[in-house]
Design a protein around this ligand. Structure first.
Ligand SMILES: NC(=O)c1ccc[n+]([C@@H]2O[C@H](COP(=O)([O-])OP(=O)(O)OC[C@H]3O[C@@H](n4cnc5c(N)ncnc54)[C@H](OP(=O)(O)O)[C@@H]3O)[C@@H](O)[C@H]2O)c1
Length: 257
């Protein structure tokens, strides 16, 4: 068995589950993290049927401020050489910001921003010491413009965009790269988790989680700074950057209606 380990956060469903399967196919041992342990155990058994890998299930609530340190401690105590970090766990709150429970928004900020930053710091430093590492940050096409109804969520993804791309620049020459992935609407449990009804506009644009994860990993292993999967998503993010922000906000509000 090789000694290459990949940490995948949010591996119990959607993109995370697909990242885990694809990394297993590439021969990576895995550290699977999320809250739903039964889902992670089922994924582990599934992968083990096909590949003889070392797979660790680490049930953690990553919106807990100590979770990142606990995860690093777990990998160090078990002597797992982590060279891939997939910062994927995340969720969105949808609706009018002022009518959403504030605790839910704060939990989202902790998970989508603070934990992602802490994990990048802790595992990034280990990778830098070993002069080898790949980090994938999962942002969203929502990062490129204000998104009414997803105001705070899309802002968390703008943070991921600016943080990830700047960090990749900083890390040049260290052997560690940071790739930021910008999925558009993708068929996962995301919409259910954020209490959003998928309308016809969004349904038409849905990509599969496997396609998006595959494009994300390919870009990451090629050490690309960013990747927007799918032609429609690429085109829309390019156009949005050319429009006055007032207009892109208006369009985003209407796409989500
Ligand atoms: N689907 C889309 O259209 C879309 C578009 C753009 C960006 N994204 C981004 O893609 C990423 C993956 O989402 P997805 O689409 O695959 O949705 P998903 O199917 O709902 O998966 C979300 C994953 O995050 C985990 N998670 C949520 N809260 C957590 C917590 N407190 N602690 C630990 N793990 C937690 C969930 O696991 P547990 O519930 O088991 O903890 C689950 O594995 C997210 O960052 C999302 O913002 C999705």
């Amino acid at each position: 068995m090789n000694n290459k380990y990949a940490v995948v956060t949010g591996a119990s469903s959607g993109l995370g589950l697909e990242f885990a399967k694809l990394l297993a196919k590439k021969g990576y041992n895995l550290v699977l993290v999320a809250r739903r342990t039964e889902r992670l155990d089922a994924l582990k058994q599934d992968i083990l049927k096909a590949y003889p890998l070392d797979i660790h299930v680490v049930p953690l609530d990553l919106s807990d401020g100590n979770a990142s340190q606990k995860l690093l401690d777990y990998t160090q105590q078990n002597k797992l050489a982590v060279s891939v970090l997939i910062n994927n766990a995340g969720f969105g709150t949808s609706g009018d910001f002022l009518s959403l429970p504030l605790e839910k928004t704060v939990e989202m900020l902790q998970l989508n921003i603070t934990t992602l930053t802490q994990l990048t710091y802790l595992f990034g430093n280990e990778m830098k010491k070993n002069k080898e590492g790949y980090i994938l940050q999962v942002s969203s096409v929502g990062a490129f413009q204000p998104a009414p109804s997803f105001a705070a969520y899309s802002a968390t993804k703008s943070y991921v965009m600016l943080f990830g791309e700047a960090l990749d620049f900083e890390l040049k020459g260290t052997g560690v790269s940071v790739t930021t992935l910008y999925p558009g609407a993708t068929k996962t449990e995301f919409f259910e988790a954020s209490n959003t009804k998928v309308n016809k506009n969004v349904e038409r644009m849905l990509m599969t989680a496997e396609e998006v994860a595959d494009m994300g990993l390919t870009a990451m292993f090629n050490r690309k700074r960013s990747i927007v999967p799918g032609f429609t998503n690429k085109l829309s993010t390019l156009l949005v950057q050319l429009l006055p922000r007032k207009l892109s906000t208006y369009i985003a509000a209407n796409v989500m209606k």
